[in-house]
Design a protein around this ligand. Structure first.
Ligand SMILES: Nc1ncnc2c1ncn2[C@@H]1O[C@H](COP(=O)(O)OP(=O)(O)OP(=O)(O)O)[C@@H](O)[C@H]1O
Ligand SMILES: [Mg+2]
Length: 395
């Protein structure tokens, strides 16, 4: 825990610092919240100690969210007092899988830092808040309150954030870990893609070209003695050529579909929707185009989600909503089918998650039993202006 909280330079757009009375109200809130913080600290310790007999899991299921809520209130107050943004630093927990969720919570260093913070908040932090309040209530100490409340509350908030916020170094460490994992996934994914291409070419176009070469060789020998048979062989060879071209086209489509290069993400998704057996509405809320690699990743992700709708959902209709909020491209693929989509049960959705993670993107799935299923794909990116978009992006 090596956080150094430094006051940022004043930002003309940021809200004004809280008034003395508001700071005193914060002190009162900290005083009141110190009591449940101490209670949930004790519960948390008891829960961790009795985890082996599973009673602890039930206790932690109450104490951890409660402690997190109290810590969040202090993060908000510290953010206002110090005038800096304080993001919520917990690792995301997947609900619905209690044991996995418990492991994520227990492995999250912030869980343990919350407990350490509770010790501070219910002892020294409590004392600081109490002094701030008493100084206002006792008339003789009013001047001390007037001049002292700001530095005292700033100091208290800085200590709160020393426990409750992730330091720059920790942030960078987490980032390095994410990048290492996504890079390894990307290397695996690229190797698997190369193997798939090799197999497609080997089993498809290459096999047909070998057959073509043999037919033409035989035809060459037969032209003099049996021209009729030779002509039939040449005609077969023409059909094999068309099939080989078809195979090559589908391999090319698997690398970078021509429709994507020509018509962009919106056009390509509309083409996917038209190919579906059920009606699919496309909301094309994109002005401009993302870079070719992002476009391709989102296209294949939407294609996988629509394939899943056709394969698993038993839906009557589906929809794709594309949008960009200035920082992130979002594609929501929804259907009114039976629900129950679970990335852990196949390889397609996990592949989508990996593909998007290479661009810092995410995939969130909401699919309760009975539906509807909503798969939200998000990738941070800029859009090029529509007028400068080339008619065909590089593959
Ligand atoms: N739209 C959906 N509606 C209902 N169930 C779904 C939906 N999408 C996915 N599922 C369920 O989630 C599981 C995981 O999907 P995923 O795409 O990862 O694997 P898959 O489609 O079975 O196989 P593949 O690896 O070929 O994609 C599926 O097996 C299916 O049971
Ligand atoms: Mg699938």
């Amino acid at each position: 825990m090596t956080t150094t909280i430094q006051a940022p330079p004043p930002d003309p757009g940021s809200p004004p610092p809280p008034s003395r009375l508001r700071l005193t109200a914060y002190a009162l809130a900290q005083l009141v919240l110190a009591v449940p913080a101490l209670a949930f600290l004790i519960l948390g310790v008891v829960g961790a100690a009795t985890l082996v007999v599973w009673v602890g899991a039930a206790i932690l299921a109450v104490s951890v969210p409660a402690t997190r809520w109290i810590a969040d209130q202090h993060r908000l107050m510290a953010a206002r007092v110090l005038g800096i943004p304080v993001p919520r630093p917990y690792r995301p927990v997947t609900l619905g899988r209690p044991v996995e969720a418990l492991l994520v919570v227990l492995r999250d260093p912030m869980t343990w830092r919350d407990l350490a913070w509770s010790v501070w908040a219910s002892t020294f932090g409590f004392a600081v808040a109490l002094i701030c309040l008493l100084e206002l209530l006792l008339v003789v100490t009013f001047p001390i309150w007037w001049f002292g409340i700001r530095p005292k509350m700033r100091a208290r908030s800085a200590v709160d954030l020393w426990f409750l916020a992730i330091s720059r170094t920790e942030h960078l460490e987490q980032r390095v870990q994410v990048l290492t994992e996504t890079r390894a996934d990307l290397v695996d994914h690229s190797a698997a893609e190369l193997r798939r291409l090799e197999r497609d070419l080997h089993d498809g176009a290459q096999a047909r070209l070998v057959a073509l070469s043999m037919s033409l060789g035989l035809a060459d020998q037969l032209f003099a003695e049996d021209p009729e048979r030779a002509r039939r062989l040449v005609s077969d060879a023409r059909a094999t050529t068309s099939a080989a071209i078809g195979d090559l086209r589908s391999v090319v489509r698997g690398i970078h579909p021509p429709v994507l290069a020509d018509r962009g993400l919106v056009g390509a998704v509309q083409a996917l929707a038209l190919d579906m057996a059920l009606p699919v509405r496309v909301d094309p809320g994109l002005v401009g185009r993302p870079s070719a690699p992002v476009e391709s990743a989102v296209y294949f992700a939407v294609a996988e989600c629509l394939t899943n709708v056709a394969k698993h959902a038993r839906a009557e209709r589906a929809w794709v909503v594309l949008s960009h909020d200035g920082a992130r491209l979002r594609a929501v693929v929804g259907d009114d089918g039976s629900g129950g989509a679970d990335p852990a049960r196949g390889s397609g959705m996990l592949g989508v998650r990996r593909r998007l993670a290479a661009f810092d993107g995410t995939m969130a799935v909401s699919s309760p039993p009975g539906g509807p299923t909503l798969v939200t794909l998000e990738v941070p990116c800029d859009l090029s202006s529509p007028r400068t978009t080339p008619s065909s992006a590089p593959a």
